[in-house]
Each structure stands twice: as C-alpha cells, then as structure tokens.
Ligand binder design. Structure first.
Ligand SMILES: Nc1ncnc2c1ncn2[C@@H]1O[C@H](COP(=O)(O)OP(=O)(O)O)[C@@H](O)[C@H]1O
Ligand SMILES: [Mg+2]
Length: 307
C-alpha cells in the first residue's frame, strides 16, 4: 500500500455565508522515501493539501491516509501524537517556524520535550541535528540573530526533532534569495538520504521543484497528472510541430469541437473546447494574471470591485 493515499479529497472553507472549495477531489499517492514537489499558482490549494496531510485540518470529504493511518479517524491525543511524531512541517514564513525568545538549540529541543524525551536525549539529538544542518556554530543564538537562510536550516532541524517519517515543506525557500534557496534544497536532499525521509514540498519555483523525483501541478483545486512517463515511447515533437499524444490523453480531447492551446508558466496546456460560448470566458480569463485566485478572477470579471 502507498505511504500517502489521497482519494477524492475535497476541502471547502465556509467564509461569511458562502463556500470556497479549495480542493475539488484530489487523487494522489506517494511511496515511502519518495520526494514529490507540488507546483501551482497562489490560491491553487497547495497549502490546504499540505495542512490536511499534516493533520492540521480535516478534509470535507474523501479518504486520506499516511503510513497506513487513516487521518480521518485520528482525534484528540492520537492526532496530537501524529502531528508531533510522524510529521515534520516547515513553513515559508521563517518567523512561523521558530520561537523568537528561544535559542536555536532550545527551539530544536522543544518538540522532543513535548514528546517526553529525557533532557539528556533531547540535548544530544538537538546538537546532532544542528550539526547536520550545518548550524553548530550558532546553537546559542536566537532567531533574530540569524539570517533567513540560517533560520530555515534551524527550522529543518526542528521539523526533524522527533524523527518523523514525512517532511512537509510549504514554500520553504519562498522567502530566500536564490543562493540560500539552492543551499537549503541541497540540504533537504542530503537529509532525505541520511534519514530515509519521504518529502512533499510545495513551491512555485520550477528550479526548486526539480529536486523532486516527481512534480505535480495543482491548479484551481485539481491536480494535473503527468501522463508522459506512462508510455514506453514518450511523446516527442517532430520537425513539423506535431506530437503523438498517449491514448489515454486522446480520449480527453476526442469530443472537442476544437482544442485550445495555452502557454502556461509550467508548460503548454491542451484544452478541449465545446463551442464558441466557452471561448469568450476563456479569453477573458486569459486577460487576468494567472496567479489570481479563481474566485477573485470571477469577481474582477464581473466588475464587482469594492472601493
Ligand atoms: N482558512 C481558510 N479559510 C477560508 N478560505 C481559505 C482558507 N485557507 C485557504 N483558503 C482559500 O482556499 C483557496 C486555496 O488556498 P491555499 O490552499 O492557501 O492555496 P495556495 O497555498 O496554493 O496559495 C484560496 O482561494 C484561499 O483563499
Ligand atoms: Mg500556500
């Protein structure tokens, strides 16, 4: 059985009397030890998916299991235990990952203290982890005395404190410059080998996503599947600009009146179009920035601007 199993996962938020559907039926699996990156524009539902897997929120519908544990059945102490021991979570906001008044060392020992490790054990492991993230020289500094890149390194040590199986990283390099981002991703790759971690990361940076074994695209609450790896003879573009699509993809386009071709930040999208009416809205949508969340796009389309 897969290490992570998401089946038809739906997440809806109730906001002032109406519903925002952030995830509309996500199907997705991950093997133990795999590293997967999810890319997608802002508002696509990336954080919502990570929060569900981290046990920080519950799905509205669907099935969700991690390491054979059904997350929908976890409540109270067992849920707290899952969050504390099974998952390491790293956020984009460096300030969200660390407590400002504690030193690097005291930040790393905290989750172990909560999990009931002895003072000797937690001090030893915290020192080892800070050495593993190359921060030994800064054990006694507080976050405010460290750079953004250094704080993210400490955050990684905190996330690994209780030896989790799964590391969830929500745009962990999003607030870093390129050099620091690359250094942090190199570190994640090393630690993944060293501790046999399963890593699920969210990013909108293709260069960081390239560290993963697999990249999935999330847009408007739905995951795009990469079909190219399933064929023994992956599709290639010929000199005439033609491409032979896999059978499974052809069936999605077979009934289309015409096929729209869109250039997206992550590649080229082929979209079936039924008739002319569909086209008007699609064209209008194209005129708006692609990272606008869907509900805002709609509001702007109908000119309901609040001033
Ligand atoms: N706690 C929340 N309450 C209400 N709406 C939310 C909440 N979290 C996210 N959303 C909405 O759900 C959608 C997906 O958000 P999110 O998962 O944060 O996307 P991403 O991380 O890809 O930017 C957005 O439309 C967002 O406004
Ligand atoms: Mg997000």
């Amino acid at each position: 059985m897969s290490f992570i199993l998401c089946k038809q996962v739906v997440k809806a938020y109730a906001v002032s009397g109406h519903e925002i559907v952030a995830l509309r039926g996500i199907d997705f699996e991950m093997e133990q030890g795999e590293m997967v990156a999810i890319i997608g524009p802002s508002g696509a539902g990336k954080s919502s998916l990570l929060n569900l897997l981290g046990g920080l929120d519950t799905p509205t519908a669907g099935q969700l299991s991690v390491g054979g544990q059904n997350l929908l059945e976890l409540k109270g102490k067992r849920l707290a235990d899952y969050r504390l021991n099974k998952i390491g979570f790293i956020w984009q906001q460096v300030s969200q990952n660390l407590l400002a008044h504690r030193t690097a060392l005291a930040n790393v020992t905290l989750p172990m203290m909560l999990a009931g490790a002895s003072p000797w054990q937690r001090r030893k492991r915290a020192k080892d982890l800070l050495a593993a993230v190359d921060m030994s020289a800064h054990n006694h500094k507080r976050p405010g005395q460290l750079s953004g890149g250094q704080q993210q390194r400490v955050a990684i040590a905190v996330a690994l404190a209780n030896q989790p199986q799964l590391l969830l990283a929500d745009e962990l390099t999003g607030a870093l410059d390129r050099a620091n981002a690359v250094a942090v991703m190199d570190l994640i790759s090393d630690l993944r080998e060293k501790y046999g971690l399963t890593v699920l990361m969210v990013t909108h940076d293709l260069e960081m996503a390239a560290y993963a074994d697999r990249v999935l695209t999330l847009r408007d609450g739905a995951l795009a599947q990469d079909m190219s790896g399933r064929e023994s003879d992956p599709p290639k573009l010929d000199t005439e600009g033609r491409i032979k699509l896999p059978q499974t993809v052809q069936s999605h386009l077979a009934d289309a009146h015409r096929i729209a071709v869109e250039i997206r930040p992550e590649g080229v999208l082929l979209r079936p179009e039924q008739d002319e009416d569909d086209n008007t809205e699609a064209l209008l949508q194209e005129m708006l920035p692609q990272d606008t969340p869907p509900e805002k796009r709609r509001l702007r389309l109908f000119g309901r601007k609040k001033k």
